[in-house]
Write a protein that binds this ligand. Sequence first.
Ligand code: NAD
Ligand code: ZN
Length: 255
Amino acid sequence: MDEVSSLIERAAALINEAQFIVAFTGAGISTPSGIPDFRSRSTGLWENADPLKVASIYGFRHDPQAFYDWIYPLAKLTFAAFPNSAHDSLARLEADHRLKAVVTQNIDMLHTRAGSQTVFELHGHMRQATCIHCFKIYPAEPIIRQFLEDRQVPHCSHCGSVLKPNVILFGEQLPVQEFLNAKDYCRKADLMLVIGSSLEVAPASELPMLAARNGARIIMLNKDSTYMDNQAEIRIVGDAAEVLPRIVERLEALV
Ligand code: NAD
Ligand code: ZN
């Protein structure tokens, strides 16, 4: 048996023993759906602008057009994307009552589209957009589809001010209740699957450590290393869309 196969076997055994599993996901789970991750160099998606500036709330207020120019490729790919077999595997684990929640940093809504029910979207989503002046909330899809056609900054039909998709930008607070609920699940977890996250964006990235401190075993599935690799009982370097379905398959063979 090769090394990855034996790690997959061990991961299935840990999942089989666990009572309260939580998955923590990042942009890496959606790269097989065609949405590049944050730190990807090969696509050039983020190379023309510093996301810390342009994707900050200060940057947005100062120059919304620059923000919209920056988010254009991500919005375009997100609205064209479908959940992949990694998202599907997590939905399946939840349907089998093994997985209690998905805590995600992703804004692409692919977990809910795959059928996951308990999903905490710590960095928001692209289902809605909000006026930054009068706070009127709009369904985002028609607004973003229009923007993908004309590249114009969308405006509020009520007060004329700028609309911001309900994604959390740098410098903004995380949605408080969402974060507290996610923390609660992470504290209770006896097993956490960390999938496709560099764990570099705080405070979200602190949740796997919170789980570990409260006794959760950690399975890490990533293409690169993270600050928590030495905390992982099992660390698999690989593609989530290949490895997760294999884990689920092995798990189902155990039952
Ligand atoms: P990140 O880009 O910092 O890290 C992604 C991690 O996933 C890397 O460690 C990489 O090695 C790994 N990876 C890439 N493809 C993988 C695959 N197929 N299988 C397994 N691992 C894979 O992502 P992050 O930690 O989520 O932080 C990025 C921030 O940018 C987040 O705040 C997120 O909201 C946002 N973002 C979201 C999306 C999205 O919604 N899909 C896309 C880009 C950025
Ligand atoms: Zn308004």
